[in-house]
Design a protein around this ligand. Structure first.
Ligand SMILES: Nc1ncnc2c1ncn2[C@@H]1O[C@H](COP(=O)(O)OP(=O)(O)OP(=O)(O)O)[C@@H](O)[C@H]1O
Ligand SMILES: [Mg+2]
Length: 223
């Protein structure tokens, strides 16, 4: 029996790597690192049609790419379970900088689709627009913008402004929003993904956001 999900980090800053080391053996999905060998990404093409390759991208740093990558991977793995026959989903985490655009490009070369996480704050608008219009759209790849780290305690104004901006730009946006929870911020330090959070109400809500997102995007729906 094998994992159904592979996570690949292409971030030379290596936050995913650092993170994966922390989680160690408890990691529920397989993990590989490709930032020092972007040519190796081409091997993902050999996984065949069965494997859906999802690149998580935004050239603005700190928008939640790594958080979205590892937690989406965790919930999809939880839905599919261990099985024979190779990976069904590959999630590629990419660098949050313009300088590393070659690594992002190598990732997009093997992508079936793209997820663009974006926080509900005006400062994120322009850099996100750059990634989408200059890097993602020219490739004609399907993509979705996902609002990440919305704090309901701040009220709905920022969320609605951001959603209105995304819609005005004509970008496909998921209905599912990932809320901000301290739990997520602490998770990396504690070596946990959402499927490993403790069983309490807040953790359940935090986990639910990723299950809802996976469901909306159709991840895990195939057998
Ligand atoms: N939904 C969330 N709730 C709480 N904290 C979050 C959430 N999303 C991200 N964070 C926190 O924000 C910080 C940045 O998130 P993350 O590392 O996932 O972003 P990134 O886009 O991968 O950054 P980089 O561009 O540096 O790779 C981290 O400390 C993370 O724990
Ligand atoms: Mg990251």
């Amino acid at each position: 029996m094998q994992s159904s999900v592979l996570v690949v980090s292409t971030d030379p800053q290596g936050s995913t790597v650092w993170w994966a080391n922390r989680v160690g053996d408890a990691l529920p999905f397989d993990f590989a690192q490709a930032h020092d060998d972007p040519a190796s990404l081409a091997n993902l093409k050999n996984l065949g049609d069965k494997a859906r390759v999802i690149v998580v991208a935004n050239q603005k740093g700190g928008v939640g790419k790594t958080t979205a990558t590892v937690n989406l991977a965790a919930v999809v793995q939880a839905v599919l379970g261990q099985r024979e026959g190779g990976y069904l989903y590959v999630f590629i985490d990419t660098p949050g900088s313009i300088e590393d655009e070659a690594l992002l490009a190598a990732s997009l070369d093997v992508a079936d689709e793209v997820i663009v996480p974006m926080p509900p704050e005006p400062l994120a608008f322009d850099p996100t627009a750059r990634t989408i219009t200059k890097v993602v759209q020219p490739r004609g790849l399907p993509y979705h913008v996902v609002v990440n780290a919305w704090d309901p305690r701040d009220g709905k104004a920022d969320l609605e402004d951001t959603q209105a901006y995304i819609d005005a730009m004509g970008w496909p946006r998921t209905k599912a929003v990932i809320r901000r929870y301290k739990l997520h911020t602490r998770a990396a330090a504690e070596g946990q993904v959402v499927t490993q959070y403790p069983k309490n109400r807040v953790a359940m809500e935090a986990r639910e956001d990723f299950f809802r997102l996976a469901l909306e995007l159709g991840y895990g729906g195939r057998s």
